[in-house]
Design a protein around this ligand. Sequence first.
Ligand code: UDP
Length: 237
Amino acid sequence: MGNYVYNNVLLKLSGEALLGELPFGIDDRMIKKISIEVKQIWEMGVSVSIVIGGGNIFRGIKGASHGMDRASADYMGMLATVINGLALQDSLEKLDVPTRVISAIEMRQISEPYIRRRALRHLEKGRVVIFVAGTGNPYFTTDTAAALRAMEMGAQVLLKATKVDGIYDQDPMVYKNAKLIEKITYIQVLDQNLKVMDSTAISMCMEYKLPIIVLNINKEGILKSTIEGKQVGTLVS
Ligand code: UDP
C-alpha cells in the first residue's frame, strides 16, 4: 500500500451524480467516468467503500408529497439505490475492479446482506465495496448511511461527491462571484444551514470527528489528488 494521506476512504455518490445530462436515470458515460476515478485510487492500494444514493430514480419525500405513506416511499427510494449500485458494480467490473454490492435490506440473489466484519474482509482483500439500500430504515438518507458506514469501515475521510467544486459562500449556480470555501467547521455548516449533507450526517461526523471533503467528481483525477493530500474542494472538520 502506498503512503498517502488517506488509505481508507468512503465515497458518497448521490444518485444525481449518475445523471450526467439526463433528467432521470443513469448516464452510461457518467458512471464510467466515476468508475475510472475509483479505479485510479483502488490501483494505488486505497481501501474504497462507496455509499450510493437513489435520487436520480426516486426519493421518499417526493412519494410522500404525492400522498404516499412516507415509510413505503422511503423503501422505494432505498430500492432505487440498489439499481444504482448494480449499475456501478457492472461498470467497475468492466474495468476489472473486483466489487461487492452489500445491501442493508436483504436481497440475496443480487447482493450480500450487510455484515460488518464481512464487509471489512472484502476491503482487506482489495475489493471495492458498494453499500446499497442506505441504512435499511425509512426516514434516513444515504448521507447518514455514508457517515455510518464510513465509521464502521474505519474510513479516514468521507468524500462527498458533488457537481460543484465544494462549498461556496453563496450558490455558485446562481451567483457568479460565489467564493469557494477551503475549510469550514461542522458547526458552521449546521448553523448556516449549508446544503452539504443532511444535518443528521453532519452531526454524526462531528460527534465522531470524521472529516468530510466535498469535491467535484467531474474533475479528472480528483480522487487521486485528494488521497495525495492536495487541496481539493472543501474540508469540513
Ligand atoms: N432512504 C431511506 N433510508 C436510508 C437511505 C435512503 O429511506 O437509510 C430513501 C429515502 O427515501 C431517500 C431515497 O432512499 O430519499 C434515496 O436516497 P437519497 O435521497 O439519500 O439519495 P441521493 O440524494 O444521495 O441521491
